[in-house]
Write a protein that binds this ligand. Structure first.
Ligand code: FES
Length: 112
C-alpha cells in the first residue's frame, strides 16, 4: 500500500486513491484559512487544494492544468491540485501559504 506522508502523519492508502480524500479523511489541513469553508469540494475549479508533491502520482489532467494556468497560480510552478491527483506510490506532501496554496512560505511539510 502506498504511504502518504503529510503534516507529520504517515497514512496508508490504496493505489489510485484520490489525494484530497486521503488527506481530509486523516485530518490533514489541506486548505488554508477561509478556503476550508470556501472550496469547490473536489471538482477541480477553485484551485485551493494545491500542494507540492514528491512521489508517484498520475499525470496532471486537463482540470488540474487549466486551473493552475490561471492566476494566482502559475503553470510553471510545480504544484498539483490534490483533488485531481491519484496516489500511485509513496508520496511526500508540502503545503504552501496563500488562500490557494500558491504562496512561497511553507505552512506544513511532510514532517509536520
Ligand atoms: S478542491 Fe477545488 S480545485 Fe481542488
Amino acid at each position: 500500500m502506498p504511504q502518504v506522508i503529510a503534516q507529520g502523519q504517515t497514512i496508508e492508502c490504496s493505489p489510485k486513491t484520490n489525494l484530497r480524500s486521503c488527506l481530509l479523511r486523516n485530518g490533514i489541513e489541506l486548505y488554508n484559512g477561509g478556503a476550508k469553508v470556501i472550496n469547490c469540494r473536489g471538482i477541480g475549479t477553485c484551485g485551493t487544494c494545491a500542494v507540492y508533491i514528491e512521489g508517484e502520482v498520475n499525470q496532471p489532467n486537463w482540470k488540474d492544468k487549466a486551473r493552475r494556468s490561471l492566476p494566482p497560480h502559475s503553470p510553471t510552478r510545480e504544484l498539483r491540485l490534490a483533488c485531481q491527483t491519484q496516489v500511485l506510490g509513496d508520496l511526500k506532501v508540502t503545503k504552501y501559504d496563500g488562500f490557494w496554496g500558491q504562496g512561497s512560505q511553507v505552512v506544513w511539510t511532510p514532517k509536520g
